[in-house]
Design a protein around this ligand. Structure first.
Ligand code: DDH
Length: 347
């Protein structure tokens, strides 16, 4: 029998408060490139991108990443940082579900980083156990090619154009060798949402490089960001990178025209991205005519906001070595180096 509904779907005035709190936490001078935005976007994408249209399982309802079964998927390595960033907001607004918080944080971050306004609809519940948590292995592997990308995104119900539009999120953030094994950022300003990623894909002569950890990615050093007045000992400009899956977008004859369009027309990219990201966040969610979510777990439990599981951002057990236990330590050291470099210290 259905339980009485204890919590209601958040009102827009309550959501405004959450959105404001997300905006306030984005500025993180000691983290990565100075913003929590990119990793928040990735959190929402990985929460939703587990959807399987055939079985109607996975997707952004339930916040399954709170459970080891999903949070421990090596694809989700590093997302504990995003969840930890949001924890003070959850503490301040305990009524919001993790499912809503993780997804709304991404759209606030994208807008704040100069991206489009994205439609967002609330009402996600939080799973109360892991029975509905999707199996691991549903997210894309950056080392693979076009067939793999299609296999993953067609499963969610996206077409080739939508895949390319979504991939434009790689304007943001960076790869971390202690998370995915890849390393570096796609564009010079990774905290500003734009279509630069598509421009660079087409403009640059990407060369395959094998990193010390054996991982292969593509790299390019943009000459014109080297400051000629800089003395010889100065830090080299950071090499830009692409994943093999990014390069597949310009090699595949059906993906490539969309890369060309988005490189040329930022306005069209923004419009398409907004539509497709909104679709992504709705994956796995069924609504009635009034917009109320009617998934089984929502009908059983209502708008169920789960309590926090732990005060400490812990790494999944099977994550890369070095992140176990003190998983945030290498990151902190990295960030400290970046911060000191910005302040002009020679390291
Ligand atoms: Fe991605 N992504 N992504 N990505 N992604 C990584 C980082 C970020 C793939 C692999 C990686 C999307 C699609 C794909 C963002 C958003 C989106 C990293 C680096 C890998 C690897 C992780 C790390 O080391 O920290 C692959 C493969 C695909 C694919 O399409 C085949 C999509 C669709 C999105 C989206 O948001 C719509 C963002 C943002 C980041 C930067 C995270 C950060 O911490 O910074």
């Amino acid at each position: 029998m259905a339980q009485p509904q204890v919590h209601s779907v958040p009102s827009s005035s309550r959501l405004d408060q959450v959105a404001r709190a997300v905006r306030d936490l984005l500025h993180q001078p000691d983290y990565d490139d100075g913003s929590a935005g990119p990793v928040l976007v990735r959190l929402a994408w990985h929460a939703a991108g587990t959807y399987d249209a055939a079985t109607k399982t996975g997707g952004s309802n339930g916040a399954g990443m709170r459970y080891e079964k999903e949070g421990g998927d090596p694809s989700n390595a590093g997302l504990q940082h995003a969840r930890a960033f949001l924890e003070p907001i959850k503490k301040k607004f305990p009524w919001i579900t993790y499912g809503d918080l993780w997804t709304v944080a991404a759209i606030v971050a994208i807008r704040e980083m100069g991206g489009p306004q994205i439609e967002w609809r609330g009402g996600r519940t939080d799973f109360t156990d892991e029975s509905k948590v999707p199996p691991r292995g549903r997210l894309p592997d950056g080392a693979k090619g076009a067939d793999h990308i299609r296999h993953i995104f067609y499963r969610m119900g996206f077409n080739d154009q939508e895949i390319v539009a979504l991939s434009g999120a790689h304007n943001l953030g960076r790869c971390h060798s202690d998370r995915s094994g890849f390393n570096g950022k796609w564009v010079n300003n990774p905290t500003r949402f734009s279509n630069t990623y598509f421009k660079l894909l087409l403009a640059n002569d990407w060369k395959k490089k094998t990193l010390d950890n054996g991982v292969e990615q593509y790299v390019y050093v943009e000459e014109d960001i080297v400051d000629e007045d800089e003395d010889e000992d100065a830090e080299e400009p950071e090499e830009l990178m692409m994943l093999p899956t990014d390069i597949a977008l310009i090699q595949d004859p059906s993906f490539r025209p969309w890369v060309e369009l988005y490189a040329e027309r930022k306005d069209i990219f923004f419009e398409d991205f907004a539509r497709v990201f909104a679709k992504l966040l709705e994956l796995g969610i069924r609504r009635d005519r009034n917009g109320k979510i009617i998934n089984e777990e929502n009908q059983q439990d209502g708008y169920k906001s789960a309590p926090k599981k732990s005060d400490v951002a812990t790494a999944p057990a099977d994550q890369n070595k070095g992140q176990l236990g003190h998983e945030a330590k290498p990151l902190q050291e990295d960030n400290e180096r970046i911060r000191r470099r910005r302040e002009g210290a020679k390291l």
